[in-house]
Ligand binder design. Structure first.
Ligand SMILES: *Cc1c(COP(=O)(O)O)cnc(C)c1O
Length: 412
């Protein structure tokens, strides 16, 4: 179905849903690594960890090869395994739940609120005697209600591992997600925060991630596990300062970041605040354009935290539109606009349906959200004109498909 077959499409050139912003500094730094001969974990990884720790305000930062690996390491370092339960919001990327399964534990999938974040009520309802950890996801770059979540964790003796894949640079009560200061408020709760540098995220190393924690013992355990469980500084064994001797103190994993990735990360980090400002500016343009339309709901924004807009998720109001989400996505494509959907709720995937006995209806808010959402292009590499093209395309589709629109009146 094409609503404006008789009208010109908005763009001649397709606007991809996401593109990274890679500058000349990043390219030169990668080339420098390649020429140096040191291409795996080395001095640039250490520098990136130090820079990142300083930016976030964390005393420990551990670079890893993905956010998925970091989340897995944090749970593994806590000794979570068979018989344990970890509370995970269903509206997330599959890896947030998959890593719990990898450890033989059970992900307990719970519903989200109107801001798409896990709700403290859902967490509270899901806590059992087997619960070991809560895994909140700062959806789209807006922090969860951390005060309530940490208070629950403190009361029940649970760990909190934050999936901050979207949230590098975001703040909660004026403090950066992942910083020590926030962790001091939560004495006694083991805590790690894990960031993603995947290609579409707010800063990228191609693939990559970082864990921060205020707890030096927890940090050391995760660092050990990230490289085969080999005694610390084993990565130096090929330098003149190193030694051939190392000891394996536990069977670790292979989750280390390479210097080639860190070369990108060092420069991406320096540009991050600028990236965030641009994302926030484009999000403001979208909000202004769409909030007045009854057919659309713009993201719910909380006043006590900053949103870094890793995603801009637009919600359709089904009663007011004659087309569904799938048709909306197709219409945007015909106008040259790429989109995505974040996320297919984890409990609706076949593996989780079968393993956990889930079905539609179990987590109704996330299901309703899923049916109605579209992620629009929003990244610093696109221009303001690109953002205005997105706005024009969305407006045109809405006016053609509005339930009171003449086209559908005539057709019905
Ligand atoms: C991207 C993403 C991840 C995984 O990050 P990787 O670095 O690709 O492993 C985890 N959780 C959420 C919510 C994500 O969006």
């Amino acid at each position: 179905m094409t609503i404006d077959a008789d009208q010109e499409t908005i763009r001649k050139q397709f606007l991809p849903y996401a593109l990274p912003s890679i500058g000349e500094e990043e390219i030169a730094e990668v080339v420098d690594s390649l020429r140096s001969g040191w291409i795996t974990t080395g001095p640039k990884v250490r520098r990136f960890e130090e820079d990142f720790a300083e930016y976030i305000g964390a005393s420990n930062a551990i670079a890893v090869n993905s956010c998925t690996a970091g989340l897995h390491l944090a749970l593994a370092a806590l000794g979570i395994g068979p018989g344990d339960e970890v509370i995970v919001p269903t509206l997330t990327f599959c890896s947030t739940a998959n890593i719990v399964v990898h450890l033989g534990a059970r992900p307990v999938l719970v519903d989200v609120g109107e801001d798409f974040n896990i709700t403290p009520e859902a967490v509270d309802d899901a806590i059992t005697s087997r619960t070991r950890a809560i895994l909140p996801v700062h959806f789209s770059g807006q922090p969860c209600d951390m005060e309530a979540i940490y208070s629950l964790a403190g009361r029940h003796g649970l760990a909190v591992i934050e999936d901050a894949a979207h949230a590098v640079g975001a703040t909660y009560h004026d403090r950066k997600i992942g910083c020590d200061a926030q962790q001091c408020d939560t004495d006694g709760v083991p805590r790690a925060v894990v960031f993603s540098f995947y290609a579409t995220k707010n800063m990228t190393t191609g693939e990559g991630g970082m864990i921060t924690t205020a707890d030096p013992t927890f940090a050391e355990r995760m660092r050990l596990l990230s490289l085969h469980g080999m005694s610390l500084d084993a990565w130096k064994r090929y330098t003149s300062a190193g030694s051939w001797y190392y000891e394996v103190v536990m069977p670790g994993y292979k989750d280390n970041m390479t210097d080639i990735q860190a070369a990108l990360g060092i420069h991406q980090l320096r540009r991050l605040d600028g990236f965030i400002t641009t994302r926030q500016r484009y999000a403001g343009l979208y909000d202004d354009a769409f909030s007045e339309l009854e057919e659309l709901v713009t993201p719910v924004v909380r006043s006590d935290r900053t949103h870094v807009y890793q995603l801009y998720v637009l919600r359709l109001v089904p009663d007011r539109l004659a087309i569904d989400r799938a048709q909306f996505v197709e219409e945007l494509k015909t106008h040259g606009i790429g989109t995505s959907v974040h996320f297919i709720p984890v409990h609706l995937h076949p593996y989780y349906r079968e393993r956990m006995g889930h079905r539609r209806g179990d987590l109704p808010r996330a299901e309703a959200i899923y049916d109605q959402i579209i992620s629009l292009p929003l990244y610093p590499h696109m221009s303001e004109d690109d953002a205005r093209d997105v706005i024009r395309a969305v407006r045109r589709i809405v006016s053609g498909a509005s339930i009171s629109g003449h086209i559908y009146r005539a057709a019905s």
